[in-house]
Structures are given as structure tokens and as C-alpha cells.
Ligand binder design. Structure first.
Ligand code: ATP
Ligand code: PAF
Ligand code: BAL
Length: 283
């Protein structure tokens, strides 16, 4: 696996692969890798000739400086995992390399970012769109791989690709979970054993709410019930629990047949903020 720390090195590598007629798969990450990331790398290795992964803890998408400072950083272990999953090149830039000058461009994703992560993490999707655009320009992949654990991010990135005519395909893969249901996340490493023990209740609340949606319980009642369930665990401080249209991400007042519903939550557990979601397809 090749390692690049400069934009120029990455650009030249990707350009050579493209000129040779190779298909390029791209997996952007913030590192501290787990099976959720590695399934994306394996999928890219299966579909493409060249697989480029990036590890960059992007400061512009963090609204909380402590969250940025404490974000797990394990580049050596990550490199080994990437190599064994079939990655052919790793881009590991510094902040100065990615932002030689402060980025000032502002994105507006309208209703897509007026809810959930967009509403609760001011500037978050602006930072994501900025760094993803930069990375897409350097790599110019044929396909870019994202996880459904960040459901809203996938919607925002698809909008970005459409609005800016990036010539690539976005593919999204399901959330990989621990055996007890907890969604894999780099931030799980920061949980204490006591917090880790109660964390699976987040998925349990989502699974219970999903069953209620299938049974036709009104969205407001599903939401209130889930928030009440979460409130029973004193270590949880819920930020939101939304019952939303899976495409538009707007909160639902009732269900439309044939549409998919996404149930999304963000909960603080000690010093760690976790998100998760499940999709319910309505017949
Ligand atoms: N459990 C998972 N299942 C599937 N995809 C995932 C999972 N966790 C992360 N991803 C995807 O991997 C990519 C990189 O995500 P990122 O590096 O932020 O990892 P993360 O584990 O979600 O970290 P965080 O602690 O920030 O939530 C994103 O497209 C994300 O959706
Ligand atoms: C897409 C991404 C790598 C951009 O920094 C990040 O938001 C993530 O890891 O999901
Ligand atoms: N996985 C989304 C990146 C973030 O939390 O900033």
C-alpha cells in the first residue's frame, strides 16, 4: 500500500491510475478504523482496480473543540487494517496540507441540513462538504463509499455531487453493529466500561421504535415513547430522536405508503456524543 501525505502526491497517483484506465474507489474516513469502515474498503476493492482511503480528522466539521481534540487517532494500526482489507493507497494529510489557508466557502443544503445533525452541529455539514469536495477533486474517484450510520451525511454528499456535477457515483453501505447491537463508531473507544455496558440500549430504543412504526403508531407517539425510554437510563442525555422521511429527512406527522422512514438519534453518554439510525420501509 502506498502512503501519501501531500495533496500533490495523491493527485499524481490517482491521475496515473486513471490514465491507465483503472477504476478508482475512494473511502474517506477520520480513522480509528473498525469493521464499519473496512466493509467500505472491501467493497471498493471488489468493485475497483485501485482503492484510495483517506484518514483526516477534519477540524472544520467539528463544532465542539473537545470532540476534535479527543477524537481517537491511531494511524499505524489503521494502515495495517487498510492494507489487509485491500486498500492500495492511503492519504494521511496534515491540517496545514488540507487547509493551507482557511476555507471560507459556504454551502447551503437547505432543508436537508436544517434538521438533526445540521441543526445540532452548526457548521458541521459545511465542513464535511468542504473537505469532501477537496478530496473528490484530488482523487477524482469513479465511486466513493459511505456508511449509512451517517444517513444525513449521505444525503448531503449526494446533493453536493449533484449540485457540483462531480462525475462519480456515491454508494452507501449498511451500519455494521457490535454483537449487542451498538453501532460501530470510532467514538465508542472513548466510553468507560459502565457507559459501554448501557450503550446498546440506543439500538434497542431504535429497534423498538421501528416496530411501532411498522404497526402504524403515529410518529409523535413513537418519538415521545423513545425519548421516555432513553430518559430511563440516567447516563443518557438525548439531543434528539426523530421520525423522519428517509429521503427528505423532514420530520413526519404521518406515514405515506411506499415511503421509507428513518429513525435517527443523537445521545450524549458521558463525554461522548453518539448517533445511530434505522430505516423502516413501509409497504
Ligand atoms: N458502523 C458503521 N457501519 C457502516 N459504516 C460506518 C460505520 N461507522 C462509520 N461508518 C462510515 O465510515 C465512514 C467514515 O466515518 P468516520 O471515520 O466518521 O467513522 P465513525 O466510526 O462513524 O466515527 P464517529 O465516531 O465520528 O462516528 C463514513 O462514511 C461513515 O458513515
Ligand atoms: C466523510 C468524512 C470523512 C469527511 O470528513 C467524515 O464526515 C466521516 O468520517 O464520516
Ligand atoms: N461520522 C461523521 C463525522 C463526524 O462525526 O464529524
Amino acid at each position: 500500500m502506498d502512503l501519501f501525505t501531500t495533496a500533490a502526491g495523491l493527485l499524481a497517483y490517482a491521475e496515473t491510475a486513471r490514465r491507465a484506465g483503472q477504476r478508482i474507489g475512494f473511502v474517506p474516513t477520520m480513522g480509528a478504523l473498525h469493521d464499519g469502515h473496512l466493509q467500505l474498503v472491501r467493497a471498493a476493492a471488489n468493485d475497483c482496480d485501485v482503492v484510495i482511503a483517506s484518514i483526516f480528522v477534519n477540524p472544520t466539521q467539528f463544532n465542539n473543540p473537545e470532540d476534535f481534540r479527543l477524537y481517537p487517532r491511531l494511524p499505524e494500526t489503521d494502515a495495517d487494517l487498510l492494507r489487509s482489507a485491500g486498500c492500495t493507497a492511503l492519504f494521511l494529510p496534515s491540517v496545514e496540507e488540507m487547509y493551507p489557508q482557511p476555507a471560507v466557502l459556504k454551502f447551503n443544503f437547505g432543508a436537508l441540513e436544517s434538521v438533526m445533525e445540521g441543526a445540532h452541529r452548526p457548521g458541521h455539514f459545511n465542513g464535511v462538504a468542504t473537505v469532501v469536495s477537496k478530496l473528490f477533486h484530488l482523487v477524482r474517484p469513479h465511486r466513493a463509499y459511505f456508511g449509512q450510520k451517517d444517513w444525513q451525511q449521505v444525503a448531503v454528499v449526494k446533493q453536493l455531487v449533484a449540485d457540483l456535477s462531480f462525475d462519480l457515483e456515491i454508494v452507501a453501505y449498511p451500519t455494521i453493529r457490535e454483537a449487542d447491537g451498538l453501532a460501530m463508531s470510532s467514538r465508542n473507544r472513548r466510553l468507560t466500561p459502565e457507559e459501554r455496558a448501557v450503550a446498546p440500549q440506543l439500538y434497542q430504543a431504535l429497534a423498538q421504535a421501528a416496530e411501532q412504526v411498522r404497526q402504524g403508531m403515529p410518529p409523535a407517539q413513537v418519538q415521545a415513547g423513545a425519548l421516555a425510554t432513553l430518559a430511563r437510563e440516567p447516563r443518557f442525555t438525548p439531543e434528539y430522536f426523530e421520525v423522519a422521511d428517509a429521503q427528505t429527512l423532514q420530520p413526519l406527522t404521518d406515514y405515506a405508503p411506499g415511503r421509507a422512514v428513518v429513525l435517527c438519534l443523537a445521545v450524549h453518554l458521558g463525554a461522548v456524543r453518539l448517533i445511530d439510525n434505522v430505516i423502516v420501509s413501509l409497504g
